[in-house]
Ligand binder design. Structure first.
Ligand code: PLP
Length: 379
């Protein structure tokens, strides 16, 4: 007998939306190479340009600003590997920003965050005021929303500071796109990263959105695809699925309060059952879909396994590629003590989430807590 599953790990990856699946399947039958001028080639080109327009619309950018990549990690590496002499990055950035920054050889300054996960704007101003900064050779990277806590940064204020100092700004909008309205034109960022699979598109495709007046050396050279930025025959089916997911996600932005209601209902239930649980980032602006619940003295990995056995897919903060437990740099940066941080379980909702998911997860949580009590009593 198969057990009904509850999937609450959308920040790791979202199930494929039906619209995206249909677009991928249809594009698989597109025989042409988008660079060919015959009818088949033009049809493939039309799929790509249609998707580009849909992705651009999701973040209110011009279609010409969107360059398709294999995902946000590739987009981040592309920007960070340019010849920057100074990189200023927030302490809670995703590893796809932090690791290339550390490997770059540039001077790296880290902007700290408070206990609420919000970046210290005073410190950022202080770093930007440094007279040794050469603005043209300095990049600031700040995420819009955090993957572990859902905490949303005031990227418009950050962009204002970056503009004022003349430094370039890269915004990681991977977790916010499709969950918050984004206006790239008005935001004032120079570069913005997107990833299809976080909002219901296929994996392995994303984009770098870049202002028309900024330059980057080509990511890949060869046949000159993506207006010379990223050579190589385009992954038409993935791009078509990305576009369809972007269109669907934009259409559902107004559902955000429904998602917030599910998230709040789950938090209320968990805190009622385990009053010692702490909801991390609760007092800061947060994505409507994300809940990070920490239990002091417990180990998230054990809780995740127990929840999994009870039919619920959740996560111990960031999904780690090795599958091994690792201290969360994000929670460290927020100053959470290790005993609380190691018991942090993330639940993240998305387009297919329903009230039944809250009931199933609360039930699983109760069973897991009872099991833990019995195990402790027997020890
Ligand atoms: N940035 C954030 C905040 C993320 O959560 C992720 C994915 O985990 C990425 C970047 C990387 O995205 P991709 O999977 O497209 O490389």
């Amino acid at each position: 007998m198969s057990v009904a599953r509850t999937y609450l790990d959308y920040n790791a990856t979202s199930p494929l939306r039906p619209e995206a699946r249909a677009a991928v399947v249809a594009a698989l039958d597109s025989v042409g190479n988008a660079s060919s001028t015959h009818a088949e080639g033009r049809a493939a080109r039309a799929l790509i340009e249609g998707a580009r327009a849909d992705v651009a619309k999701l973040v209110a950018a011009r279609a010409s600003a969107v360059v398709f990549t294999s995902g946000a990690t590739e987009a981040a590496n592309w920007v960070l590997r340019a010849a920057w002499r100074r990189l200023i990055v927030s302490a809670v950035e995703h590893p796809c920003i932090l690791e290339p920054a550390r490997a770059s050889g540039a001077q790296v300054d880290i902007v700290p965050v408070g206990r609420d996960g919000l970046i210290d704007m005073g410190q950022l101003e202080h770093l930007l005021a440094d007279e040794t900064i050469a603005p043209a050779e300095t990049l600031l990277a700040v995420q819009h929303a955090n993957n572990e806590t859902g905490v949303v940064q005031d990227v418009a204020a950050v962009a204002g500071l970056a503009r004022g100092r003349g430094v370039r700004l890269l915004v990681d909008a991977v977790q916010s796109a499709g969950r918050l309205a984004i206006d790239f034109e008005r935001l004032g960022a120079d570069y913005l990263m997107l990833s299809s699979h976080k909002f219901g598109g296929p994996k392995g495709v994303g984009a770098l959105v870049m202002r028309g007046d900024v330059r980057l050396p080509a990511l890949l050279v060869g046949g000159g695809q993506e207006r010379g930025h990223r050579a190589g025959t385009e992954n038409v089916e993935a791009i078509a699925g990305f576009g369809a997911a972007a269109r669907a996600a934009l259409g559902e932005l107004s559902r955000v309060h429904e998602i917030a209601a599910l998230r709040d209902a789950l938090e209320d239930e968990l805190v009622r059952m385990t009053p010692q649980a702490e909801v991390i980032g609760r007092d800061a602006p947060r994505l409507a879909n994300t809940s990070l619940v920490a239990l002091r003295g417990r180990t998230a990995e054990t809780l995740i396994i127990a929840l999994d056995l009870n039919g619920v897919a959740a996560s111990a903060g960031a999904a780690c590629s090795s599958g091994k437990a690792k201290r969360s740099e994000v929670l460290d940066a927020m100053g959470l003590d290790a005993d609380l941080a190691k018991g942090a379980v993330r639940f993240s909702f998305g387009w297919a989430s329903r009230a039944e998911d809250v009931a199933a997860t609360s039930g699983a949580w109760q069973r897991v807590m009872k099991m833990g009590e019995r195990a402790r009593a027997a020890a």
